[in-house]
Ligand binder design. Structure first.
Ligand code: FA5
Ligand code: MG
Length: 441
């Protein structure tokens, strides 16, 4: 655990008496949502990140994320009905505290997959983390017998810092399942599964994904028909939100839990921006969830990216603004109102560089950037607009390694004074020195 955390009040040392030992043992815990979690060497959740829990921006009236969420739900409710009722059910209130099993194992994410790394996730301890995607709930909802559902909520990732990335963002994830009858109608000559696959004994079949077109258990017609539905439904959503003029492209992708998989990009401010990932759910997942004779598609999209493009919001941090000048612009009862964000005003940036010598056992390549980014955000808070690596340097004689980062400071609601920035910058230098054992140059 990083040194920095020990000083934070949310991490308390409690006396914990082990059942089989008479000696009291001191155990550090993390308290989240009124529950204590025992921390360990995986614990990397920060007080700053904890402060975002329970904000539920996607449910707050007047927040752009809530408007986009309502548009998406409306599209799915109105496009897909079953006997006059919406076919999809919506879950937007699931706890973001999940197990590693939910976030990874249930989704066939291999034990050595990079997305599990401590450098990429906010772990509470080795077994529990803040969900890194809404897909973490897919298995439990499939297991409960649902076949068409949307999961909406906040997700947490240690990531870079710039105008389209933030460590907390919001996703809409979905599953849509189809039985043979639903997919092919009365044409019972067409099948979902290859003849070699036995629906009664699905565990006997070794499902392969070596064919880029489909999983080996599926027939080509079932997989292709499902792919067409998936792409048509998602493009329908994008046209519903943006109008028919929006430019898009599909990109082949890989996710451990779907095959085949794609990402959808839209043209935003002259650049391609990825808005969602999707694919045909791996049959193993459906089988593990319970008896299954259907095929399903799934997708996960980022609410922030859609809201930014839809309302021309230039910076992802603005979603967290509590400024009434911002929120009032989105306070409408008509979710389809055409809203274009008007900057309350633009305040100047301040850029300060920080360079330091690394300790002798750390190289410029082994230093974990995300650890540094988190620490900068912990100290600087929301006035940190961007942090970028500027320079790597190895001293020719001493062979010491050094790094230089640029930190861009900007307040969204007022002008920062250079003096004030310098004070924060000094605090960051001190924290970096303490936490990473570096020497400021
Ligand atoms: C996923 O999270 C998959 N779980 C999506 C999925 C679900 C695929 C079901 C297949 C089936 P990805 O990491 O690409 O995939 O994230 C999905 C979307 O979240 C991205 O397209 C993007 O819109 C958004 N996103 C990802 N990282 C960030 C970030 N740091 N800040 C804001 N939005 C982000
Ligand atoms: Mg992606």
């Amino acid at each position: 655990m990083r040194k920095l955390f020990n000083t934070q009040p949310i991490f308390s040392a409690v006396l914990f008496r082990c059942k089989y030992s008479t000696a009291p043992k001191s155990v550090a815990t993390v308290r989240l949502n009124n529950k204590d979690f025992i921390s360990d060497d995986y614990t990397n959740i920060t007080p700053k990140i904890i402060s975002y829990l329970n904000r539920n921006l996607h449910l707050q009236k007047g927040n752009p994320l809530s408007l986009v969420r309502q548009c998406i739900v409306k599209y799915f409710y109105s496009s897909f009905t079953h006997r006059g009722h919406p076919a999809f059910s919506v879950y937007d209130n699931l706890s973001p505290i999940v197990t590693a099993k939910q976030n990874f194992d249930d989704l066939l994410i291999p034990a050595d997959h990079p997305s599990r790394a401590k450098s990429d996730c906010y772990y509470i301890n080795k077994d529990v983390l803040l969900r890194a995607h809404m897909t973490a709930h897919q298995m439990e909802l499939l297991r409960s017998g649902l076949d068409n559902f949307l999961m909406i909520g906040d997700v947490y990732r240690r990531d870079e810092i710039d105008s389209t990335h933030f460590p907390v963002f919001h996703q809409v994830d979905a599953v849509r399942s189809q039985s043979s009858k639903e997919l092919f109608g009365e044409d019972q000559d067409l099948k979902i599964f290859e003849p070699t696959y036995d629906i009664e004994n699905p565990h006997n079949f070794k499902n392969s994904i070596s064919d880029p077109m489909k999983q080996s258990c599926h027939t080509l017609e079932a997989s292709k028909l499902m792919e067409t539905q998936l792409k048509t439904h998602l493009l329908g959503l994008v046209y519903y939100l943006f109008g028919d003029d929006i430019e898009h492209r599909w990109v082949d992708a890989y996710f451990p839990f779907t095959h085949p998989s794609w990402e959808l990009e839209i043209l935003y401010e002259g650049k391609w921006m990825e808005v969602l990932g999707c694919g045909i759910v791996r049959n193993e997942i459906l089988v593990n969830a319970g008896p299954s004779n259907s095929i399903a598609y799934a997708f996960g999209l980022g609410l922030e990216r859609l809201a930014m493009a839809l309302y021309k919001i230039p910076d992802i941090r603005l979603m967290w603004s509590t400024d009434s000048g911002f929120l009032a612009q989105f306070n409408t009862d008509n979710i389809q109102d055409k809203i274009t964000y008007k900057p309350v005003s633009v305040y100047p940036q301040c850029t300060n560089d920080i360079s330091f010598w690394l300790p002798s056992n750390v190289t410029t390549d082994s230093f974990v950037n995300n650890d540094f980014y988190d620490l900068v955000r912990d100290i600087g808070g929301d006035i940190i607009e961007q942090v970028s690596l500027k320079d790597k340097f190895i001293h020719p004689k001493s062979k010491k390694h050094s790094l230089c980062y640029s930190i861009v400071y900007r307040h969204l609601e007022r002008t920062l004074k250079q003096e004030e920035v310098n004070q924060v910058h000094k605090k960051i230098e001190q924290a970096v020195t303490d936490s990473f054992n570096v020497v400021i140059r």
